[in-house]
Ligand binder design. Structure first.
Ligand code: SF4
Ligand code: SF4
Length: 271
């Protein structure tokens, strides 16, 4: 059952949104600046070329020819109709949505079809608590990082659970609404982009490793570096970690521990 009270995770506010299930992170090169440039060009082309439904076939063909279609994982479709929804490029989403086309719903031409596109709710709606959803929405304010994190249930749950263990209770959304705790938490989630121990293998994504049509969870081989499982294993998996030796593991644990303890202290102190 989805949470009875949940927020609109796809478009939570005017400052950000998520396009993960439309495949934006599945391009082989989905680095922030590369993806931003792709969506910018595509949106401009859509606004310039699509004036009625009949224009969509030509638009889709042009996008497929003009853009690098190499995917990280063949089993996940990369939709050609995701773009920026606002002039400030703060929200990504569906260019075929009626809100983008004077009330006309064009999603029927898409790979998934109108009903799937309209009705899909990813597992984060169900498995993240309302408090976890709210905290993430409060903490993050850019679409790229928000989409990466709101879909990483284990990362979100793991982080707030560790903070909860430090403060002896469940973290509350008001602790992250502003101030130091918010800044520290934002630094933590930014590790999704700049984690220093991130594997460079293109077929890896968070905790998953793709092999043709299969995707597997790729465990960290602690024994190979002479260590036991880390208490931060879940976080390390989400961050796509690869440790060359035990020293790297200890450094990584130090970074995560320092962030969690600092966030916990900020939660307990004046905001
Ligand atoms: S991945 Fe989830 S939050 Fe993101 S757009 Fe899809 S359904 Fe919405
Ligand atoms: S058509 Fe469907 S998959 Fe494509 S951008 Fe719109 S909602 Fe996403």
């Amino acid at each position: 059952m989805p949470n009875e009270r949940c927020i609109h995770l796809c478009q939570p506010d005017a400052g950000k949104s998520c396009g993960a299930c439309c495949g934006i992170y599945n391009y082989a090169d989905s680095a922030p600046e590369v993806l931003r440039a792709r969506l910018r060009r595509r949106t401009a082309r859509f606004r310039g070329d699509v004036h009625r439904r009949d224009d969509l076939t030509a638009f889709a063909r042009t996008i497929r020819l003009a853009e690098d279609q190499t995917r990280r994982f063949d089993g996940i479709y990369c939709c050609e109709y995701v773009g920026f929804l606002d002039p400030g490029e703060r929200r990504v989403g569906c260019l075929l949505h009626p809100a983008q086309n004077g009330g006309v719903d064009l999603r029927g031409v898409s790979f998934y079809g109108r009903d799937l596109c309209d009705g899909h709710l990813c597992p984060s709606h169900q498995f993240l608590s309302l408090a976890e959803q709210t905290m993430l929405v409060e903490i993050l304010d850019d679409w790229y990082l928000y989409g990466l994190c709101i879909t990483d249930i284990d990362l979100v749950k793991g982080y707030f659970r560790h903070i909860g263990e430090c403060i002896g209770g469940t973290p509350l959304p008001e602790m992250f609404r502003k101030g130091l705790a918010r800044e520290i938490a934002r630094r933590f989630f930014a590790y999704k982009i700049d984690w220093p121990f991130r594997s460079s293998e293109r077929n890896r994504w968070g905790r998953f490793s793709f092999d043709g049509p299969r995707h597997l969870i790729r465990p960290i081989d602690y024994a190979a570096i002479g260590a036991g499982p880390s208490r931060y294993d879940g976080i390390f998996l989400s961050l796509c970690s690869l440790f060359r030796d035990r020293e790297q593991l200890l450094l990584a644990e130090g970074l995560i521990r320092a962030n969690i303890e600092a966030a916990a202290a900020a939660c307990e102190g004046p905001s």
